[in-house]
Design a protein around this ligand. Structure first.
Ligand code: F58
Length: 796
C-alpha cells in the first residue's frame, strides 16, 4: 500500500475507534456531535506525541520558559486549527468521506470558546499559536470559565444577554489534571511569629488545572494552555447532609465553583467587584505556585529564577502575581525583602492595552485589604522601596484610598510594553509620564500582530490558494514573504483571480446571512464592515451617523450615481454600558428603516449581526471590501482587527490611531483612506468647550442626521428614544464624533469614488495583502523573545 493510502486508512481506523470506544456509538447511530468528538479525539491523539516531545525537550534543554498570564484567551474553535497545523486536511477529508460525512459541516458544529471580551483575549490566543510555531517554550495561564462572554441576541433591536455554555458538552481538547491542585486563600489575618510575618487566610479554595495542547504550524512544537478551575477544599459536608440540610452540604463546592463560573461578572456592585478581584488572585496565585513547583523540580537556587522564568502580565489583571511571588519568597522561603523584590523584578513584565483612565484597574484599599491583607502590606513595602530609590517621585501604587494596578505593575516589572508605536509614545507622555522619567529604559514597544494561520490560511482558503500558487507556501510561517506577490499585482489575469476570490467570499457570507438571518445582501455592493467591542471611543456611532446622512442624501436624489454599500456591524456591549447598548439599538432601528426603503435600498443596506465572536470574524473578514477603523485618535491602543482586514485584502478607512499608523506606513498612504484629527489635535480640541456645537453648525449634513435622531425618524413609536444620543453628541461629545464627522464624510466619498474603478480597487486591496506581512504575531513574539524575555526557540 502507498504511504498516503496507509496513513488515511490508519486515520480512518483511529476515527472509528474513537467513535466506538470514546463515544460508545456505532456509525449507524452516531450523530454529528459524536463524529465531531471522535474526530477531535483522533486529532488530539496526534497532537500528544508532539506535545510530549516538546515538553521533554524543554526539560532537557532547561532554557528560559515564558509564562503568559491572562484573564482571557479568546481561542475560538480548535478543530480546524489542529487539522491544518498537523497537515492532515486531506487525510481527514478522505476519512470522513468514507463514512459519508462532510468535513465542513463537522467543523461548523464546534462551539466557539469565548473565554475573552475582545482584542486583548484574542491577542493572547494569537500569541499562543505563534509561540508554538516558533518553538519558544511557553505556557499560557488563565481561568477555565464555565460560561464565557455572554451570548448576544436582539429583541426589538435591543441587546439581550444570555449565558454562554460552551462547557455544557464535553470539551475534547482539554486534559483534566486532578493531581495539579493548589490551595489558595482569602481574607484572614497577618500574624507575626518568631520574627516572621505570616498570612493565615480565613477562606480556602482549590485551583485545579486543565491543560490544552497548543500545536504550532506543521506540528513542530506544542505548548500548553493551562486553565484553572475553582474547587472546594472540602467539597461536601456529610454532617450537614445527614442532618437533612442538603443545600448547605453542597454549598462549599458551589461557592468555590463560582470563582471560575463567568468571565467578567457584572462588577457594578460590591459582590461583583469582590468576585473579580478574587478571580484575579485565584489564577495568578495558582500560576505562580505552578511556576515555582516546576522550577524547584529542576533547580536548587531560587536566585536563578529570573534566568529561567519570564512572566508576562497581560494587562494589569494578573498584576497581583508580583506581590504573591514576593510574599512566597520573603515570608515562606525566608529571603530578604530586597532580594525577593529583585527576583520578582527580574521575572515580571507588563503589557499595557489601554490609555483610557477609567479602564486602568484600581481597587478600593478596604476591599483589597479585606481579601488580601498581607499583599496590601507588601504593596506598601514595594512602594517604600521605590520611594527610597526615587525620592523625587510623586505617585505611588497605593494612594487616595486605592490600589493602582497600573502603577504597581510598572514598578514591579522589568519591561513594560505598549502594543503599537503610537500607543507606546502616548504611554510615555500620559499615564506613565512620571514613571517613564524615573525609568527611561523600561517602556518598550511591541506592535501587535495576528496569526496568519487562523487569520488568512484557514479563514480565507481561496486567497491562500492564490497566494500559494503564486509564491509557494513559505508565507504561512514567514508572512513577510507576501511581498513577493507585488510583481503579480500588475498582471491583469492575476488581479482577475484576486477579484474572483473576494467576490466568492462575499457570496459565501451573503449565503450565510440569508440562511441565518433571512436578509439578502447585495453582493455587487461594497461590503463595509465594522466589527469590534462596542465602545464610544471606537465610534460605531460615527459610522451610523454617516450612514444616516448618506441615506438622507440618496433619498434627496434617488437617481444619483451612488456607489452601493452594505454596512455590516457586529460587536457586544458590556452588560452595564447603557450608552453602547443604545447605539446597538439605534443601528438596528436604522437598519429596519433603511433596508425597507425602496428609494434607497439598492444603494444602502445596514445590518447588525448578533453574537460577534471569533467564528463570525472568520466569516466576515475575508468578505470585506472596507475596514472601518475609526476610533478617536489616541484611544485605540493598537487594534488587531485592522491587521486582519488588511491581510485579507480590505482597504481601511481610518484615523491615525493605534496600529493604523503602522498599517498605513506599510501598505502605502495611497492605499489607505485617512481622515480625522491626530492624537495631539484631539487633546487640543477637547479644551474648546463648544467643539461639538461648532462642528454641527459648520456641517448641515451632520445637523440633519442629528435631527433625525431627535425627531424620532428611527423610532416613530417612541420618538424620544435617541434624543439622549443626539444630546450627548451636541453637548459633550468626549470622543469628538462631531468634530471628525465632516472629514469622515469626505473620506467615505473618496472611498465611493475609488470603488467605482474595480481594477484599481483590486490593485490597492492586493497591495494591502502583499504589504501586511509585518503584522504577523510571529514577528511580535520574536520581538518579545528578544527585547523582553531573553528566551530562545528550541526548534533546531
Ligand atoms: C484591546 N483591549 C485594545 N480590552 O482595545 C486594542 O486596541 C488592542 O489591540 C488589544 O487590546 C490588544 O492589545 C481590550 O481588548 C478589553 O477587552 C478589556 C478587558 C477588561 C474589561 C474591559 C475590556
Amino acid at each position: 500500500m502507498a504511504r498516503k493510502d496507509r496513513t488515511s486508512s490508519e486515520f480512518r481506523d483511529a476515527l472509528l475507534k474513537h467513535l466506538t470506544y470514546t463515544m460508545g456509538k456505532d456509525p449507524e447511530h452516531a450523530q454529528f456531535f459524536d463524529w465531531r468528538m471522535a474526530l477531535s479525539h483522533a486529532i488530539r491523539d496526534r497532537m500528544v506525541d508532539h506535545w510530549v516531545a516538546s515538553t521533554r525537550k524543554t526539560y532537557e534543554q532547561d532554557g528560559k520558559r515564558v509564562y503568559y498570564l491572562s484573564m482571557e484567551f479568546l481561542i475560538g474553535r480548535l478543530l480546524e486549527d489542529g487539522i491544518v497545523n498537523l497537515e492532515m486536511v486531506e487525510e481527514v477529508k478522505e476519512a470522513l468521506d468514507h463514512f459519508g460525512m462532510d468535513m465542513r459541516t463537522i467543523l461548523n458544529d464546534e462551539p466557539d470558546a469565548a473565554l475573552g471580551n475582545g482584542g486583548l483575549g484574542r491577542l493572547a490566543a494569537c500569541f499562543l499559536d505563534s509561540l508554538s510555531t516558533i518553538g519558544c517554550p511557553a505556557m499560557g495561564y488563565g481561568i477555565r470559565y464555565e460560561n464565557g462572554l455572554f451570548k448576544q441576541s436582539f429583541v426589538d433591536g435591543r441587546q439581550v444577554e444570555s449565558p454562554e455554555t460552551w462547557l455544557q458538552e464535553p470539551h475534547p481538547w482539554e486534559f483534566e489534571r486532578p493531581e495539579v491542585r493548589f490551595t489558595l486563600g482569602f481574607g484572614g489575618d497577618v500574624i507575626y511569629e518568631n520574627g516572621k510575618t505570616l498570612w493565615r487566610p480565613a477562606e480556602l479554595i482549590q485551583a485545579e488545572a486543565f491543560d490544552t495542547p497548543i500545536i504550532g504550524w506543521k506540528g513542530k512544537w506544542a505548548n500548553t494552555l493551562r486553565l484553572w478551575a475553582g474547587r472546594a477544599v472540602d467539597p461536601f459536608d456529610l454532617g450537614l447532609f445527614n442532618s437533612g440540610d442538603f443545600a448547605a452540604a453542597a454549598e462549599h463546592e458551589a461557592l468555590a465553583r463560582t470563582i471560575s463560573r463567568v468571565l467578567y461578572p457584572e462588577d457594578s456592585n460590591e459582590a461583583g467587584k469582590e468576585l473579580r478581584l478574587k478571580q484575579e488572585f485565584f489564577f495568578s496565585a495558582a500560576s505562580i505556585r505552578d511556576i515555582l513547583r516546576r522550577f524547584d523540580s529542576q533547580h536548587d537556587d531560587i536566585r536563578m529564577l529570573p534566568k529561567k522564568v519570564a512572566i508576562q502580565l497581560n494587562d494589569t489583571h494578573p498584576a497581583i502575581a508580583g506581590p504573591e511571588l514576593l510574599r512566597i519568597l520573603h515570608d515562606e522561603r525566608g529571603l530578604s525583602f530586597e532580594d525577593s523584590l529583585e527576583i520578582v523584578h527580574g521575572c515580571m513584565n507588563y503589557t499595557n492595552h489601554t490609555l483610557l483612565p477609567e479602564a486602568l484597574e484600581r481597587w478600593d484599599e478596604r476591599l483589597f485589604g479585606r481579601l488580601l491583607p498581607r499583599h496590601l502590606q507588601i504593596i506598601d513595602r514595594i512602594d517604600d522601596a521605590h520611594y527610597k530609590a526615587h525620592p523625587q517621585r510623586t505617585l505611588s501604587a497605593r494612594s487616595d484610598g486605592q490600589v493602582k494596578m497600573g502603577e504597581l505593575s510598572f514598578i514591579v516589572a522589568n519591561r513594560v510594553n505598549g502594543v503599537s508605536a503610537l500607543h507606546t509614545d502616548l504611554m510615555k507622555q500620559t499615564v506613565f509620564k512620571e514613571l517613564h522619567t524615573l525609568h527611561p529604559n523600561r517602556i518598550v514597544n511591541q506592535t501587535n500582530g495576528v496569526t496568519p494561520r487562523r487569520w488568512l490560511h484557514n479563514c480565507n482558503p481561496g486567497l491562500s490558494r492564490l497566494i500559494t500558487d503564486t509564491i509557494g507556501d513559505g508565507w504561512v510561517d514567514d508572512l513577510e514573504q507576501l511581498v513577493k506577490l507585488e510583481p503579480s499585482i500588475k498582471d491583469k489575469s492575476w488581479i482577475k483571480r484576486f477579484e474572483t476570490v473576494k467576490s466568492d467570499n462575499k457570496q459565501a457570507l451573503a449565503t450565510y446571512v440569508a440562511q441565518t438571518h433571512g436578509v439578502k445582501l447585495n453582493t455587487e455592493a461594497m461590503f463595509d464592515i465594522q466589527i469590534k467591542r462596542m465602545h464610544e471611543y471606537k465610534r460605531q456611532h460615527l459610522n451610523i451617523l454617516e450612514a444616516i446622512a448618506h441615506w438622507q442624501e440618496i433619498r434627496d436624489n434617488p437617481n444619483g450615481d451612488w456607489t452601493p454599500r452594505v454596512k455590516i456591524f457586529a460587536g457586544k456591549a458590556a452588560q452595564g454600558y447603557h450608552f453602547a447598548k443604545d447605539i446597538i439599538r439605534l443601528i438596528n432601528d436604522v437598519a429596519k428603516l433603511v433596508n425597507a426603503d425602496h428609494a434607497t435600498r439598492d444603494y444602502l443596506q445596514v445590518i447588525f449581526l448578533p453574537n460577534y465572536n471569533v467564528t463570525l470574524a472568520e466569516r466576515l473578514i475575508p468578505a470585506a471590501d472596507l475596514s472601518e477603523q475609526i476610533s478617536t485618535a489616541g484611544k485605540e491602543a493598537s487594534g488587531t482587527g485592522n491587521m486582519k482586514f488588511a491581510l485579507n485584502g480590505a482597504l481601511t478607512v481610518g484615523t491615525l490611531d493605534g496600529a493604523n499608523v503602522e498599517i498605513r506606513e506599510h501598505v502605502g498612504e495611497e492605499n489607505f483612506f485617512l481622515f480625522g484629527m491626530l492624537a495631539d489635535e484631539v487633546m487640543q480640541r477637547r479644551m474648546m468647550h463648544d467643539h461639538a456645537q461648532k462642528a454641527i453648525a459648520a456641517d448641515p449634513r451632520l445637523a440633519r442626521a442629528l435631527n433625525a435622531l431627535r425627531d424620532g425618524t428611527f423610532s416613530p413609536e417612541d420618538p424620544g428614544r435617541y434624543t439622549h444620543i443626539a444630546d450627548n453628541l451636541t453637548w459633550s461629545d468626549y470622543f469628538l464624533v462631531c468634530s471628525d464627522f465632516t472629514d469622515y464624510w469626505r473620506a467615505q466619498r473618496e472611498v465611493d469614488a475609488a470603488y467605482k474603478n474595480p481594477d484599481k480597487w483590486a490593485e490597492m486591496a492586493a497591495l494591502n495583502v502583499a504589504r501586511s506581512g509585518w503584522f504577523s504575531s510571529d514577528r511580535t513574539i520574536r520581538g518579545y523573545m528578544c527585547d523582553i524575555w531573553g528566551a530562545e526557540s528550541l526548534l533546531s
